[in-house]
Design a protein around this ligand. Structure first.
Ligand code: HEC
Length: 129
């Protein structure tokens, strides 16, 4: 009985820690998004800026934000944004989509990329989390 209680306590502590780590990752991702902020916005009142709105990015097809004027390169990129495609792209956007008008050198640190993706994918198409 005592060991069951201990197991339950240990489990609770692990879940608690996982949640704390996640909140930390999201905060780090939000911090990282400042690099994108001059050109992109997310959230309920996001607007296309130099680059398109990044709401609803998880599962979105490249080049499909209404009212945004993409380059031919981005229009033809034919990428569906996901964990894998985003991680690949953001390391070097200009190499992944040659001719893109996104003038951004990329992020190389894998943890930073993972946190940034965790932050971004919270936003649904309407900008709500
Ligand atoms: C200097 C401005 C600038 C910065 C900084 C920038 N972007 Fe972009 N981004 C753009 C532009 C412009 C486009 C559209 C590219 C095109 O049409 O060729 C774009 C396109 C994209 C796309 C493709 C969107 C789609 O609908 O196909 C993604 C994803 C993206 N950016 C993510 C990011 C992230 C994440 C960051 C920060 C790490 C970032 N960008 C930083 C300007 C920028």
């Amino acid at each position: 009985m005592k060991s069951l209680v201990l197991a339950a306590l240990a489990f609770g502590a692990t879940v608690g820690m996982a949640n704390a780590a996640k909140a930390q990752d999201l905060a780090a991702g939000e911090q990282s998004f400042r690099k994108c902020g001059p050109c992109h916005s997310v959230g309920a009142d996001a607007r296309n800026k130099i680059g398109p709105v990044l709401n609803g990015l998880d599962g979105r097809k490249s080049g499909t934000v209404a009212e945004y004027s993409y380059s031919e390169a981005n229009k033809k990129a034919d990428i569906t944004w996901s964990d894998a495609t985003f991680k690949d792209y953001i390391q070097n956007p200009m190499a992944k989509v040659p001719g893109t008008k996104m003038a951004f050198a990329g992020i190389k640190n894998e943890t930073e990329i993972a946190n940034l993706w965790a932050y971004l994918k919270q936003f649904k198409a309407d900008g709500a989390k």
